[in-house]
Design a protein around this ligand. Structure first.
Ligand code: SAH
Ligand code: MG
Length: 202
């Protein structure tokens, strides 16, 4: 384990400022999935302040992480943290909207893993845009599919915007679970995580 204390500081600091970094069990699960497939490349959508990217890079041998962040302040912070941890060789960060980002600027295609952890209403768009850059046997991991449990009780959500958002997450879930090209495994870990793989061709 590398610099455990500092990583926890990073996590605690993010939580204090309401930056939705991955929950502890969630990030450990993600790391175990990457280790299992011996991933050497991961593309993350939504870096925030770099916590999950740094966790992945420090816990998975030989892994290169590439990550995209829209928000300027968070991007700047992430750059600083990646630098502080001496990980500039292992982590590439792009300051951009992942939806309009020019894929030609991606460094490590094709990826062993695509990790989607950005604007929840756009999950299907992120998925469709970046899945072509995932290796045939690669995996796609999606976070926050429970939305704090609200997904299971949409009728009782009072706030209109929240309800809309949760409906969109549900729509993505239904879409991917019923997609004929993919196998999906759902894990009630953290805020709900899915691991998606291409179905084996006959
Ligand atoms: N993966 C991080 C947490 C990400 S929080 C961690 O666990 O440490 C989600 C982030 O996605 C936010 O910082 C938000 O600014 C970013 N985001 C939202 N929409 C985006 C988009 N279209 N492109 C890139 N980043 C986006
Ligand atoms: Mg998340």
């Amino acid at each position: 384990m590398v610099r455990v204390i500092e990583l926890e500081d990073l996590e605690q600091d993010a939580l204090k400022r309401n930056i939705p970094v991955m929950q502890k069990e969630g990030i450990l699960f993600l790391i175990s999935q990457l280790q299992e497939i011996q991933a050497t490349s991961c593309l993350e959508i939504g870096s925030a302040i770099g916590y999950s990217a740094i966790m992945m890079a420090t816990h998975v041998d030989r892994l290169k992480v590439e990550t995209i962040e829209l928000d300027n302040e968070r991007y700047q912070e992430a750059v600083k943290h990646i630098d502080d941890f001496g990980l500039t060789q292992q982590i590439t960060i792009h300051h951009n909207d992942a939806l309009s980002f020019d894929e030609h600027f991606l460094h490590n295609t094709p990826y062993d893993c695509l990790f989607i952890d950005a604007a929840k209403a756009q999950y299907q768009k992120f998925f469709e845009k970046y899945v072509p850059y995932v290796k045939e046997k690669g995996i796609i991991i999606v976070d926050n599919l429970d939305f704090h449990g609200m997904i299971f009780d949409i009728d009782h959500i009072k706030n209109r915007n929240t309800k809309q958002l949760v409906k969109k997450i549900k729509r993505f879930k239904d879409w991917i679970f019923n997609h004929e090209d993919y196998d999906v495994n759902y894990y009630p870990i953290g805020d709900g995580i899915c691991v998606i793989k291409r179905k084996e061709k006959e």
